[in-house]
Design a protein around this ligand. Sequence first.
Ligand code: IMP
Length: 195
Amino acid sequence: MRVVLASNNAGKLGELRPLLEPLNLSLVSQGALGIDAAPEEGLTFVENAIAKARHVCRAARLPAIADDSGLVVPQLGGQPGIRSARFAGENATDAQNNAKLVADLKGEDSVPAHFYCALVFLRDATDPAPLVATARWPGRILSHPRGSRGFGYDPHFLIESLGQTAAELDAETKNRLSHRGQATAQLVSLLRGDP
Ligand code: IMP
């Protein structure tokens, strides 16, 4: 089955592709089909993931898998949340978003947070029963970055049980533990059971 991966974020595409490998799908990225980004107008990750997938289904006339993910810091009222990619402004860099996070936390160290991922599969643009998987990855926000792997907020995200930030993990370990890894494992089993 040919399925569009509804994302243009290189970091996320790089993580999702190997995770979806067991399904033997022919995965084509949204960018490769020249499809523009969907407007993100929902208030939750799940709403935005469905909107992204629907936008791509409509444009490509193919089934689509979309993820919406981000960092949730309860102490900041859930921010950066669905605005994680553009926390410091439209087209903000990871460095700018991280700097705003540390500034908003007033330099406080080891603040509880979690990454959240909603991952959906839509068979077509009018599919009333999408497959929906969600997962969280708990950690703590460090005021000083550590590590050079991963992307986004990874250098500031400490996994307490490992004593390492997400940016210090090798790709395989991050994929096994992360919000996206866990949501993908769920979606894979939902797709396997899908008639
Ligand atoms: P989206 O592309 O609208 O889903 O935005 C996702 C944003 O959330 C990314 O640009 C990152 O800022 C952040 N994010 C999501 N997943 C991760 C992760 O695994 N590590 C670090 N940052 C992440």
